[in-house]
Design a protein around this ligand. Structure first.
Ligand SMILES: *Cc1c(COP(=O)(O)O)cnc(C)c1O
Length: 375
């Protein structure tokens, strides 16, 4: 069976973990965490990166930092992962779901203004498949109404909008190092603080509501409970593993982008049949996070997934739109979101991981093309 994903080991991870153990600092914020922070600041121009235990944790920190509470509204696409919404729902906010756009599953920014009310506090775009959402109109709406932008950049490592790294646009941005992402540490994440006014409080919220980080920096004489917070920092073992990956980030990205372009070139002919391939607007880039097809209807997707599975290939669908989820349907305002449902019913992801061989990928391509020859 060719799996959908296989977590990649770049090589140095075990050695880095051993080094962390020998250094005797196993809890969070040691040397490996500092190296990771410096990497993200230097490589992508992120203001103030803070490793977290997951992207979910980073989004929860964002909701705490913004003092989101009952009565507040947060706009985000319905076609996203549950954590994007849960982080704000946990604080008592109402989620206002935006539709996807016809070109790709990202938020349709042409509809954004109509969703803003006096209660709106934040917009949370995601960059689906690592392909940038159209940020200029989104940022303009946010500025016009004084809203905070939190980028859910979970899949957006090393991807760009008009030449600038995703994760550097929002006042806040969240990333994931879950084993399904390009750079992984099993579980892991990062909150990026690009608006300096949030930096000090973010450190406090991440350290159980204490000013321990400032204490270790020597800024205060002792540390105490100064605010709400929780435990959001990963151990040095996680940071060491992550550093082992980051030492090879360019070769990982090269391998993934190559696989993505091979699929895209080999399957381009399916467009003529009405099958969708990823649309990468000229303001966006490909980071090789995932490759998808959009089938012509749900029955076709079911048949394609079943056929590929028979042939030893794990292809998988993706998000079920959150506005139509068992949990949120009763709280959703009832607006139809046809494009979110379109992708929810038709999108299928093909295997893409560093160790996928050229032969395996050709086999997958042949099987997909054969499926469509017979329909
Ligand atoms: C993977 C993902 C998450 C969750 O990341 P975790 O690190 O597993 O918490 C959140 N949002 C999006 C868009 C994702 O793709």
């Amino acid at each position: 069976m060719i799996p959908y994903n296989k977590p990649f080991l770049a090589g140095p991870e075990l050695g880095c973990i051993e080094q962390a153990i020998r250094a005797g600092h196993l809890s969070g914020d040691g040397e490996f965490t500092r190296r990771c922070h410096r990497f993200f600041a230097d490589t992508f121009g992120f203001g103030h990166p803070l490793l977290t235990t997951s992207c979910t944790a980073a989004l929860e920190m964002a909701a705490l930092l913004l003092d989101i509470g009952p009565g507040d509204e947060v706009i985000m696409p319905s076609y996203t992962f549950v954590s994007t919404a849960n982080a704000f729902v946990l604080r008592g906010a109402r989620v206002v779901f935006a539709d996807s756009n016809p070109l790709n599953p990202n938020l349709d920014t042409t509809q954004l203004e109509a969703l803003v009310t006096p209660r709106t506090r934040a917009i949370v775009p995601i960059h689906y498949a690592g392909i940038a959402c159209d940020l200029d109109p989104l940022l303009a709406t946010a500025q016009r109404h004084n809203l905070v932008v939190v980028e859910d950049g979970a899949p957006a490592f090393d991807s760009y909008y008009r030449g600038r790294a995703l994760g550097s646009f929002g006042q806040l941005a969240a990333f994931s190092f879950h084993e399904t992402k390009n750079i992984q540490a099993g579980e892991g994440g990062m909150l990026v603080i690009n608006d300096a006014q949030y930096a000090l409080r973010a450190e406090i919220i991440r350290e159980k509501g204490t000013n321990r980080t400032a204490f270790f920096r020597g800024d205060v004489a002792r540390y105490s409970w100064v605010d709400v917070g929780s435990s959001y920092l990963p151990s040095e073992l996680t940071a060491a593993f992550l550093w082992g990956q980051l030492e090879h980030w360019q070769s990982i990205q090269h391998a993934r982008r190559r696989l993505w372009h091979t699929y895209n070139d080999a399957l381009a002919g399916l467009r003529a049949l009405g099958v969708g391939l990823p649309v990468v607007p000229d303001y966006a880039t490909v980071n090789g996070h995932l490759f998808y097809l959009v089938c012509r209807d749900e029955a076709e997707r079911t048949a394609l997934i079943a056929r590929l599975r028979e042939r030893g290939i794990m292809a998988v669908f993706h998000y079920l739109p959150l506005h139509a989820s068992p949990y949120y349907t009763p709280q959703h305002d009832g607006r139809a979101l046809p494009w979110a449902e379109h992708y929810g019913a038709r999108l299928v992801r093909l295997p893409l991981f560093c160790e996928l061989t050229a032969e395996q990928q050709q086999y997958i391509i042949d099987e997909v093309l054969t499926f469509y020859q017979t329909r």
